[in-house]
Write a protein that binds this ligand. Structure first.
Ligand code: SF4
Length: 356
């Protein structure tokens, strides 16, 4: 809290100094966020327009096709993104066909040499291992706020369950992306409480996204006043000093910031932004605006796998078996159609009681 409350320019200077010791200050990663399954979520996160219980005007859709996702990943890469984050509005991952698809997506995007991150809700260790095997680079699961304030925003799952999912990703050897949202009505103590939760972890997240609430009409937080840009800069700088090795990601809420405020965030240690005009379902600056900002500020898009080696995509046993069965079934149907065997009907003879 002492750090957080420092005079702003002192804080930014200290953060910038630390940033330079651990990172290349000219490099900022461009990441893309793709909603692979939108809306209809059973959870009640007060900030989220994808919760089924709130009446928002987002367009819901079922899980996207693998090829469609791979096309979008290709476009994102061509536009300079080195990381793709795929989000599905689920409470938790289920071992079903949709998850099999996600595994294929992860494999496909990793094969394009992009860092793949997923945010799919709660996850078991077994599911995390399957994703890791497919080539998942990072798993995102935000703690959102302090343990104390969390229950004012979400009631359908516990803070401990979130910590459990993060632990499962860790155990599977996946890099962790976890951060929070400011501007939900929390106190400054809650902001520090969020950072303290990461401090208490044996290994803090490798990636910490800091979001400013985008208040969406129809959600319980629709009337929240937007935070001041200074608050976001202060939060980025404090996070940078507290976790010098992590990548601090300037995430949702950039549309409300001018370039000068964003520049101060980069100065204070933000090492990533999300590119593209949409962040899951909320607006984000246009791609061209970001390119212009990079050129004015002399920033360079960071290459993929600059912080850790690329995971290997290994064959997925479940999907291989599924494909084998599908092929076998299709062949059986084809054979049945082309077969000219006429099945003769031969009535069964009933043996007389005497012969029994
Ligand atoms: S934040 Fe995620 S879990 Fe919460 S309601 Fe939205 S989609 Fe569901």
């Amino acid at each position: 809290m002492k750090l957080y409350k420092k005079p702003l320019l002192e804080l930014v200077f200290e953060a910038a100094t630390i940033h330079r010791q651990f990172h290349n200050p000219r490099e900022v990663q461009m990441s893309s966020l793709l909603s692979i399954k939108t809306g209809g979520c059973p959870e009640d996160c007060g900030y989220c327009p994808q919760a089924a219980r709130y009446h928002t005007d987002i367009e819901t859709h079922k899980i996207m096709d693998v090829d469609e996702v791979l096309d979008q990943a290709k476009n994102a890469k061509a536009n300079g993104s080195s990381r793709l984050c795929m989000g599905a509005a689920w409470r938790e991952v289920r071992d079903n066909k949709d998850f099999d698809k996600v595994v294929e997506m992860v494999q496909g995007v990793n094969d394009m040499d992009m860092e793949v991150c997923c945010t799919l809700g709660m996850l078991t260790e077994g599911q995390a291992k399957r994703l890791k095997n497919a080539g998942l680079f990072a798993y995102n699961h935000n703690l959102d706020s302090s343990k104390e304030f969390y229950k004012d925003v979400i009631s359908t799952r516990e803070y401990e369950q979130r910590l459990g999912t993060i632990e499962n990703a860790r155990k599977a050897g996946i890099s962790v992306c976890s951060g929070g949202i400011i501007g939900m009505g929390e106190s400054e103590e809650d902001r520090i409480g969020l950072l303290m939760s990461y401090m208490e972890m044996e290994t803090p997240p490798e990636s910490i996204p800091i979001n400013a609430l985008v208040a969406v009409e129809g959600t319980p937080l629709e009337d929240q006043k937007p935070i001041e840009q200074w608050e976001l800069i202060r939060m980025v700088a404090t996070t940078r000093i507290a976790f010098p090795e992590s990548v601090v990601r300037l995430s949702a809420g950039r549309t409300k910031m001018n370039m000068e405020a964003q520049a101060l965030c980069f100065m204070a240690g933000a090492g990533s932004i999300f590119a593209g005009d949409k962040l899951l379902t909320t607006p984000n600056p246009e791609f061209n605006e970001d390119q212009e900002m990079f050129s004015i500020l002399g920033l360079l898009p960071k290459e993929s796998f600059a912080d850790a080696p690329q995971p290997e995509s290994k064959p997925d046993e479940i999907n291989i078996e599924k494909k084998r069965r599908e092929t076998k079934r299709l062949k059986e149907l084809e054979d049945a159609k082309s077969s000219d065997t006429i099945h003769k009907f031969e009535p069964r003879t009933i043996k007389s009681v005497d012969t029994l």
